[in-house]
Design a protein around this ligand. Sequence first.
Ligand code: 1C4
Length: 443
Amino acid sequence: MNNVLVNPSFVDDFRQAAPYIQYLRGKTLVLAISSQILLRGKLDTLASDIQLLASLGVRLVLVHGIRHYLNQMISDAGGALSYHAGWRITDESTLRLVKQACGLVRCDWEALLSAGPAHMPNRSSRHLKVAGGNFLLAKPLGVLDGVDMGYTGRVRKVDTDAICRRLDEGCLVLVSPLGHSLSGKSFNLGLDEAAQALAVALKAEKLIFLGEKDGVLDEAGRVVSQLTAAEVDDCLVRVPQSAETARMLKAAVYALENGVNRAHILSGFDDGSLIHELFTRQGRGTALAQSAFMRIRAADTRDIGDIIHLITPLEQSGVLLPRSREYLETHIREFWVLEHDAHVCGCVALKLFTEQQAGELACLVVSPDIQEGGYGELLLEHVITQARQHSIKNLFALSTSTGSWFDERGFQAASLADLPPDRQVQYRQNQRQSKIYVRRLSQ
Ligand code: 1C4
């Protein structure tokens, strides 16, 4: 007998992470990291987590901020911070300091990322290669409301070919918030401007901001775990966020509206937040999407493992009928799954009895950790829509333990004689004595 103790939570966590590991491999992530993190964060563990991501085949573009260094340098030089319409005004002396701050912060990040990854063998031979270059073409912001913004700029173009070549070589691309114009001038871009432009141009899977706050906060100061782009304005009106979070939110919404799949805002101070956010269902900070996070889609054979994982405990406790892998393979076209990112967290089937214009809602499951969030109802509504499309008049459901759930959703008790003949045979054979419910569907 093997005496090694197995930590069940580790096994569960690892299983939960597996689909995310697969999903992120080969995807491009833009990490935008506030300069505060470099001043006060747990940098060795953050750098190590970034290296871990790279080792899993994630393509990484890291944009570093300089704001806090720059503010300090300006005040050390006896200057004043000047802003207009939320943008920093960059005169010539400020631009010199911007360049100095970029050099300083860039060097620190290169050094951090050059340390061999912790927790990995052969640390010295595996250090991450960092690439840099003139990837951002800039244009001046110009004169805003009569105010000359000087060397404050916007991104005109991203040299995606050059960045992708470095990513293909396995490098992490480190970008400073500074762009250059065709006339050879440099422009101060700001972290959010550079990060959103990179994420959109590279068609990144995710734009991730690591800032000072744990995420977007609600009225009670708790982190809002998910937001859609459409909810952001309302959220900002209801709960004023820090200036940094508000800037990140604006950039996140721009990125989502221009094709980036997800944006995340999380704390760069919180040890492990990046790993937690990317590899767990609950996440750690705030995840943003253009539209609702959950979706229902037709199942295919690749979902069978996940469906088995969902239904096995319920088959063992007698709630669901047993369904073998072979059964699922042959009947997968009757199934839909509820998906959150890459994670299957619910399923349902519709069995058609076309001759009798009847259908059976079957194998209805919502993962225990998201139950009572309305997803069961969502799956039911989806099945009803599908049933109507097949001109089904009577939708059945058989259950040993969920009768009241169906009662409350327009189903009525029915008898064996109401079932289609084939289903009556199966009912007699399995001897479960399940209660029968029916909902009449108007077309
Ligand atoms: N009975 C009554 N109410 C229940 C309930 C239950 N067992 N479980 C949850 N609820 C209530 C909650 O208390 C909550 O009430 P509230 O607060 O709104 O008043 C409400 O439902 C939540 O509704 P929801 O829309 O948020 O629902 P979800 O929690 O997302 O999902 C499920 C509801 C029942 C799907 C979920 O609890 C679940 O997955 N449960 C375990 C599996 C289960 O019981 N599935 C129902 C199967 S009936 C079988 C088959 O294999 O085909 C057996 C066939 C046979 O021959 O016997 C089916 C259909 O799959 N049949």
